[in-house]
Design a binder for this molecule. Structure first.
Ligand SMILES: Nc1ncnc2c1ncn2[C@@H]1O[C@H](COP(=O)(O)OP(=O)(O)O)[C@@H](O)[C@H]1O
Ligand SMILES: O=C(O)[C@@H](O)C(=O)COP(=O)(O)O
Length: 425
């Protein structure tokens, strides 16, 4: 297998979002959980997206894991590696985007790396280095209240400069609009001034196509699914990947009970949970009790045990920004987040033990904890439920077929949970 593109995603929902984008552009793509072991049988593919849970861990550990993934991908022939970050640039002043980018850039030997979280299909655009989420700057969007990495600055040149050892510059929309050679010229000027990373504006998919073609001059780029789309289109346009070759994924029904788990506290997910009350049984966990001990998990499993044979269930820990803040002030941000993630993983494990083979998970960190606990080594990409969220068919699991959907907290329409289950037969 010689890869045309290697990808390292800093969380599992982000990885499935990118795998979805690459598949839709015609690349045969597989999503692996971590660096795959040698005995995982992978199909013949153009792209591998290695999913890491490295967004909110210690920066040093994120660097070590990302470098190991890069080494594996380069060893499979990947000439270009995309470090997939969140389209809302989720990070803190200590990382992990900057430190991982710096390390991968050093490994790749590139003098300068293109960076853009733009993903116009989901309303993420970048202008003059400022990230917009729909109509508002990042710092006015619901991301200002994220439980783990609240975003308070929409200027990505500043945000990245605080995290990175290199100088950070900007390729603005006016330059981009003049075409690939104008971008190349600007990058050469920046590199000559010791700038090692360039945030590049992008508003429309055509901007991403220009970015994708320039990115392929380099060995590394950093961004969200939008730059993935640009790179995939450039690979197809250059003939390096045969268009329309995306592997067909088995559509055979899996059946059996279905469940949804929500650990995201995003506004979108809170609304989706409220809407799900109309179509399925919903249990709201008591976050304080989750942290207190295992009884809340037992209560959730007993509750679902009584209902799941009659229809899908949804179990949510999600709460509003002020409730999240109150909990964090009592227990600490990381301790609260970790305890709830592990409780969600316990619940997922219990549900699967009782026969659930169709599972929807809302939240990136939450999905990471659940998928790790279920020991799923990888996924093939099926139908698209919503922008950035595909149906995933697990590969390499012992207990037979299993379907999952890993939803970024911010993604999906108002009826996401029922939309997902309709496609997960
Ligand atoms: N009620 C709650 N209070 C505080 N933190 C919570 C609560 N429910 C979930 N969390 C934590 O908030 C974080 C949500 O992050 P994540 O799952 O990545 O969602 P998103 O995709 O919206 O970023 C997780 O660490 C989760 O355990
Ligand atoms: O790029 C995106 O917005 C998503 O792919 C993503 O990374 C999701 O992260 P979470 O919101 O933490 O699930």
């Amino acid at each position: 297998m010689k890869l045309s593109l290697g990808c390292i995603a800093d969380d599992y929902t982000g990885a499935s979002d990118l795998a979805n984008t690459l598949t839709r552009q015609g690349l045969r793509t597989v999503q692996t959980i971590g660096v795959p072991s040698d005995d995982l049988a992978l199909p013949e593919v153009d792209a591998v997206v290695v999913s890491l849970k490295s967004r909110s861990i210690e920066a040093d550990l994120a660097v070590t894991r990302s470098r190991a993934a890069e080494k594996w991908l380069r060893g499979r022939g990947a000439g270009h590696v995309l470090f997939k970050i969140c389209s809302t640039f989720d990070s803190t002043d200590v990382g992990n985007i900057g430190p991982v980018m710096d390390a991968l850039r050093a490994d790749s030997g590139d003098t300068i790396v293109l960076v853009t979280p733009a993903f116009p299909e989901t309303g993420r655009t970048v202008y003059m280095g400022n990230l917009f989420v729909g109509p508002v700057p990042l710092n006015e969007s619901p991301l200002k209240d994220h439980p783990l990495n609240p975003m308070h600055d929409s200027n990505l040149v500043r945000v990245l400069a605080r995290q990175s050892k290199t100088r950070v510059g900007l390729v603005d929309l006016a330059t981009l609009t003049r075409g690939a050679d104008a971008v190349r010229g600007r990058l050469a000027d920046l590199a000559a001034n010791d700038v090692g990373a360039a945030v590049i504006d992008a508003v429309f998919d055509r901007d991403l196509e220009t970015i994708g073609s320039v990115a392929l001059d380099h060995r590394l780029s950093v961004g969200a699914s939008g730059i993935g789309l640009g790179i995939a289109r450039a690979l197809v346009a250059s003939g390096k990947v045969k268009a329309g070759a995306a592997a067909t994924v088995s559509e055979s029904a899996v059946g059996g009970p279905a469940a949804c788990l929500a650990g995201s506290c995003s506004q979108a997910t809170l609304q989706q949970i409220a809407n799900a009350e109309k179509t399925m049984a919903v249990l709201h966990l008591d976050p304080e009790q989750v942290i207190a001990g295992p009884d809340e998990v037992r209560r959730a499993l007993a509750w679902s045990g009584e209902r799941i044979s009659r229809g899908p269930v949804l179990i949510a820990s999600s709460s509003t920004p002020d409730q999240v803040q109150a909990l964090q002030s009592r227990h600490g941000r990381d301790a609260a987040g970790h305890a709830i993630e592990q409780a969600m993983a316990d619940i997922a494990e219990g549900l699967v033990r009782s026969g659930v083979r169709r599972l929807v998970v809302a939240g990136g960190e939450t999905s990471g904890a659940v998928v790790d606990r279920l020991r799923i080594p990888g996924f093939l990409v099926g139908a698209e439920i919503a922008a950035g969220v595909p149906v995933l068919r697990a590969v390499g699991v012992k207990d037979g077929a299993m379907l999952l959907a890993l939803k970024s907290g911010n993604f999906g329409g108002a009826e996401f949970f029922s939309d997902a289950l309709k496609l997960m037969r």
